[in-house]
Design a protein around this ligand. Sequence first.
Ligand code: SF4
Length: 935
Amino acid sequence: MVGGFDSPSPVSLRETVLSPGGRGESGGSPSPLPPGERTVLRSKTGEGESATETRTTCPYCGVGCGVIATREPDGEISVRGDPEHPANFGRLCSKGSALADTIDLEGRLLHPQINGERASWDEALDLVAERFIDTIAEHGPDSVAFYVSGQLLTEDYYAANKLMKGFIGSANIDTNSRLCMASSVAGHRRAFGSDTVPGNYEDLEEADLIVLVGSNLAWCHPVLFQRIMAAKDACPEMRIVTVDPRRTVTTDGADMHLNISPDGDVALFSGLLAWLKKYGKIDEAYVAEHTSGFDAALAASLASLSEVASATGLSETELETFYTLFADTEKTVTVYSQGVNQSACGTDKVNAIINCHLATGRIGRRGMGPFSVTGQPNAMGGREVGGMANMLAAHMEIENRAHRALVQFFWDSPRIAQVPGLKAVDMFKAVASGRIKALWIMGTNPVVSMPNANAVEQALFTCPFVVISDVLEETDTTCLAHVKLPARAWGEKDGTVTNSERRISRQRPFLDMPGEALPDWKIIAEVGRRMGFERSFDWKTPKDVFAEFAALSGVENKGSRDFDISAFDDVTPNGYEKLAPFQWPLAKGAAAGRTRFFTEGRFYTPDKKARFIAVTPPSAKPATAAFMVNTGRVRDHWHTMTRTGKSPRLSQHIAEPFCEIHPEDAMRLGIRTADLVRVENERGSVIVRASVTARQQLGHVFVPMHWNDSYAADARIGKLVSDAVDPVSGQPALKMALAHVRRFKAAWHGFAVTRERPKLDFDYWAAARVNGGWRAEFASADPPAKWESSARAVLGIGAEEELISYQDRRRGDWRFASVRDGILLGVFYASREPVAVARSWASTLLGNDALSAAALLAGRPGGAVEDKGAIICSCFSVGVRQIEAAVANGACLSVDAVGALLKAGTNCGSCRGEIRRIVEKFGTSDDSGANVAQL
Ligand code: SF4
């Protein structure tokens, strides 16, 4: 193995701790789990007390890192990376490291509700079953639908799929993974005849060339990126090429960045196929023996380098350099994620990449292969159980009569869906048009995450019956539900998930069960039973569900289907509890899972040959004055922030929604960094903070996907995205909205730190957690009638509380602070310009009991207290100014030296790319989205 890992850091560095009071007010019932079901790895005895350690899996991205959660006798929880888990070997990124910050019960849905009123489980479940039965009876099975989530465990997913496809008899179940990797699924099925990820994470370490396409791996799959960078450190000859229309922290760590035009990927890899042929780099023997369709794919490819250059926006020199590197490097892995998938030609992109690996025979061998990495923790598990509208369980095909018969026989179900159901975008259109009259949304927030999100919101508003099962009471989506069913959250859930390398791991509970929350599989089974299917949904434990699923995967399989975990069809309760991470397939009688597929060809097509797919690059987009809006993630937040938004640590890095825009575009539009901008089109608009940076292409902007109505006034970027989808996969083009950008003319700007959640009623606001309270940015087109009243409203303090104030009318500054008995209640700053207050210092005010009024009103630390600038290292709260100073004075000339001096980057490592950028470029805050509004 090339590379390997740094030694795991000491446990103390990785631990994050939740204070014992975090879940203390739940009124929750004690854990229903007998002690024996807890995985006790360590006991700390003394006075009869012991700590328990539970092996589980991170609930965020598709890397699927193993986590050890420690529960002390006093209830304190801490987490650290599991050194024995093969996905991460002890590492965690910033999000994983902060998991303990996110498990309190604030905002939890703890009891069933009907029309906003608390109800009993029986009342709620009876109502759901009754309404689904009545709707189906009146309008047929296709009048109902489930919209599920990659956050569900495999057991939950299996139960939902079984109920919909086998018992309701419709395939109207689709998952938010449709937004994430449906194009990879479709591309795999076209090429391999099955949705098979051929390789594993070790291939990334063993490769000599890694091509990252449409993937900001450093922020979106950080531990995988760290594994790659560790391998590169150990083997500096390894080359990394990134293909991305914007510069990111990932591209900074690459040897070559192809700053491609959006959707230029098909042309890039189509041209590569032609290049490989032209220069005799095709593995002719492999192509002849193991593939079909090569000639047609080659005929459709772009043979002219100038044509490829025109379609990709790259120079011929860049293309020749990349093509030569690819052609000459046998051990090549091409990694791709949302930049490939979230496109109207995403499936063609996937197949254009796979074509090049098939043409060179670089698949199924160590250090080689196309590699799709998934966004969500259990996107793969959802694919396995048929959570998508066009699949059956255990990777069987809904279009295949024999597969339908097999599944129906196994389930002993009265019916089986005959045709694919509605994919996500079409599902919500059908809700809007009234075709779907009862919808059950499980564990996801489509009002934020779906394209054309306002239309989705409106569709739910008009839908006759909406059920949600969720962990939170109030999200943008749950507030539109007729029935709310409380589901268990991470730390309470018990089941399995599958990561991007086909590795199935256990999620185990280690928290007390709050309120009346139930596991999703149990809720679904209870509805199934009430719909008249008692015998088929009588599982007692998640082990029963898993064993049934495992048995189905092995029926009439004998290697004919890729997915087979029948080794566990008779798993015992103890075996399930102790289940160690394994890669599928693991058929009955097999000694171990298979690490790679297609080592000797044998694809899952009728002739066992992989299929080349002839792909044609999309035609050039007509010129438009509008900007192309790219959407994506930031380092420390996850999806719609329902979990990561709770963590002060994770909110330090980027505290506001922003819009990256090129300096020339900004100058043309009169936009400066830290101005507010309105991004708008015919579907909606958002107001976000400008980040002027040459990392963005001219004519393109980037806006993150996370912010929603809980954390910002108007920042749901999904509103602007059209519902155009890839015609093969049905995946929406979430990175390709067209919109106009203009400066939002704020008459004044404000910033506040408050102990209670601030009351914000302005044209623009964004709120984020800090230790002990909140911080908020806000602005309006009109000044408030009375500054003091506005300050009191934001700070949530009455007229009886004293306000210390400072005003400079000439400069247009207003500042207020409220202190009671020496305890700061909050500070409020307003100014005609963006407020010049040291944010990293201000965010610590609530924990500081030695404040001077002068420092409070000055908005900067007094005396020798340091202004850190924007926080780069969330784990140790190290700011950009500290790192810049260390580099400037010559104390640090490398990332490791910064770590040795300041500790930055020495825990989870997620910030090492940003530190590298500062070390190399001594960058200014204008150059990083992380520094938005850090004035
Ligand atoms: Fe969780 Fe980070 Fe690992 Fe992804 S990389 S699974 S977010 S710890």
